[in-house]
Design a protein around this ligand. Structure first.
Ligand code: ADP
Ligand code: MG
Length: 611
């Protein structure tokens, strides 16, 4: 069988995603490769498909929590799959060994620690065709999740000189790519580097005004759907989770301060779709593969663009549209800075790196520029790509007209107004004072200073407080203003660049949140299916929910997460096309032979039964 035939038969897909075929062909012909594809890019298939073509595939992954789900998913595609790691109970472990020793295993997942024990080499040895290392950025000091065990993996891999090696990761700058090649001993690998853009994610970044209200707005736009709300501190997490529950939202908190049992339950409930919303610190996420997360809201600004990419990337792994919304405040950056320096003295190098990270994420959040292009360019990839070149991405607040960039001359004029107020305040006052000055709101202090007589007093009255506050943040991240601390009071001060700008040297970009348009919030989850020619009527929604409930019940019974049984996209297509026979069901994307055999009868009953 050709790879295409295997893809159709086992996984029910008609075509490969970008670079999958190249990776699979490299593996099948015994060549090494490095695969860099964004989250949801379909990396698992790159090593699962060769397992279906014969021989044994070994997969090294650091995420023990995910391994059982990966094994379950591989089995749904009809593979003989097992895992070996320290959390495995005795019975499944015995079965895994027995299958491995009798040579029937097709794909074996191991943790690096388990592999490095060394006792498996003999059983694996002769049949091994491919050794895949997932999350390969873990070998690199420069990556964001360095794992010392990963540096010893070549030791293990050198026991199988005849097997091809495949390293996979979602994010790798060129430095990290080099590190992976060297550390895993890849032999003239094919470099299969995908574009980092995730076209199905709708990115938005808004100034934060009322945190809870803005979070709730996103949650409310997705009733009954899965979402993650990230907040900076445990206290924020606890507060937001309580308030969401108070609004009747199915939500639970997740942070490192909760006991292990509560954390495990929250994660389990979320993955198994018994819980809609997880409110979490960044402690949450490494082990989450729920593919139908429909939105990720950052109630606070993340620490870097890399973190943002990773955390927001947990949305929409199934390729359907998902919302990623970031609520920005410059004060978050100060909090990150403070946290990073709280207990340690940073080396000058580390400090520079930190400042750059904070500046980059700040710029991402406030620049009135297409977010897809900002993210792509951060990872050194040109944007726009393909058909989107002309019309803008259509999938971010800027291109959707929800944030408006001011024309250059208007931006410069506005910036000058804000900067001159800060100049007049001589760096002796905080942001609030400067805001009030620009809005023309006198206080006793201001009158006492005679500042209500200044020309800048009330100069931006028309713009309103949210806009003025946001512009100040925008000028901070562009280095025209800075916040300095004196006796613990944050003071707003104009920088040398700011003074230069006022004198006509330099350029500035300013944006303005456009007022929300009614009816704008309609779900875009179906866009993709519609694009593929599937017409989804409002009346199909009921059937979709019915199929979702059936899937949840089947998953519960089998003790696996619902997404392992099949993806939302497949259920949407079923609800729209209403297949009546097993053959028709095979025509649904993502429904391979094994799945139809296992679940076909029940699905068909649900489709043809009373609605
Ligand atoms: P990654 O590990 O790169 O984040 P996964 O391997 O988890 O991505 O795959 C993401 C989703 O894409 C899965 O739901 C998978 O079934 C689906 N997928 C993989 N390959 C294809 C394909 N060729 N066509 C359609 N969907 C695919
Ligand atoms: Mg993966």
């Amino acid at each position: 069988m050709t790879p295409e035939e295997i893809l159709k038969k086992r996984w029910g897909y008609d075509s490969f995603k970008p670079l999958q075929k190249e990776a699979i062909e490299a593996a099948l012909s015994g060549r090494d490769c490095l695969v860099v594809l964004p989250t949801g890019g379909g990396k698992s298939l790159c090593y699962q498909l060769p397992a279906a073509a014969g021989g044994l595939v070994l997969v090294v992954s650091p995420l023990i929590a995910l391994m059982d789900d990966q094994v379950a998913a591989a089995r749904e595609a009809g593979l003989v799959a097992d895992s070996l790691h320290s959390n495995l109970r005795a019975a499944p472990r015995r079965e895994a060994y027995s299958r491995l020793n009798s040579g029937v295993t097709e794909i074996l997942y191991v943790s690096p620690e388990r592999l490095l024990v060394g006792d498996l080499y003999e059983a694996i040895g002769p049949r091994l065709v491919l050794a895949a290392v997932d999350e390969a950025h873990c070998v690199s000091h420069w990556g964001h999740e360095f794992r010392p065990e990963y540096r010893r993996l070549t030791e293990a891999l050198d026991n199988f000189p005849h097997a091809a090696r495949m390293a996979l990761t979602a994010t790798a700058t060129p430095v990290v790519q080099d590190d992976i090649r060297a550390q895993l001993g890849l032999r003239s690998p094919e470099m299969l580097i995908g574009h980092p853009d995730r076209p199905n994610l709708v990115y938005r970044a808004f100034p934060r005004r009322d945190q809870f209200k803005q979070v709730l707005e996103v949650v409310r736009a997705h009733p009954g759907e899965g979402g993650i709300v990230y907040a900076q501190t445990r206290k924020d997490v606890a507060r937001l989770a309580e308030k969401l529950k108070g609004e009747g939202v199915s939500a639970a908190p997740y942070h490192a301060g909760l006991n292990a049992e509560d954390r495990r339950r929250a994660q389990d409930d979320f993955v198994n779709e018994r819980l809609d919303v997880i409110v979490a610190t960044i402690a949450f996420g490494m082990g989450i593969d729920r593919s139908n997360v429909r939105y990720v809201v950052h109630a606070n600004t993340p620490r870097s663009v890399e973190h943002y990419q990773q955390e927001s990337g947990r949305a929409g792994r199934d390729g359907l549209s998902a919302d990623c919304t970031l609520l920005f405040s410059a004060s978050d950056l100060a909090a990150h800075r403070w946290l990073a320096k709280k207990d340690v003295t940073l080396s000058p190098e580390r400090e520079r790196a930190l400042e750059k990270q904070l500046r980059d994420i700040g710029r991402y959040a406030v620049s009135p520029v297409c977010r897809h292009s900002l993210l792509s360019e951060h990872f050194s990839a040109p944007y726009p790509v393909g058909e989107r070149a002309q019309e803008g991405c259509g999938a971010c607040d800027v291109c959707l007209g929800e944030t408006r960039g001011l024309p250059d001359d208007e931006a410069l004029l506005t910036a000058k107004k804000v900067l001159s107020a800060a100049w007049r305040a001589e760096g002796r006052y905080g942001t609030g004072y400067v805001v009030n000055l620009l809005l023309g709101r006198p206080s006793d202090r201001m009158t006492g200073n005679g500042h209500d007589q200044l020309k800048v007093f009330g100069l931006l009255k028309e713009a309103g407080e949210p806009a003025v506050r946001s512009w100040i943040d925008q000028l901070i991240v562009q280095d025209f203003l800075e916040v300095t601390e004196e006796n613990e009071y944050p003071l707003l001060r104009i920088t040398a660049e700011g003074r230069a700008l006022c004198q006509g040297n330099g350029t500035v970009r300013l944006g303005l949140p456009a007022p929300p348009r009614a009816g704008k919030k309609k779900s875009k989850a179906l866009k993709k299916a519609e694009k593929a020619g599937v017409v989804f009527l409002e009346s199909d929604k009921e059937l979709f929910e019915k199929l979702r409930a059936l899937r949840r019940a089947l998953a519960d019974k089998a003790g696996i997460p619902p997404y392992v049984i099949c993806q939302d996209a497949a259920l949407l297509e079923m609800a729209a096309l209403k297949p009546q026979t097993p053959e028709a069901l095979l025509g649904i994307k993502g429904m391979g032979e094994k799945r139809v055999e296992k679940y076909g009868r029940l699905l068909l009953e649900a489709i043809s039964g009373p609605q």
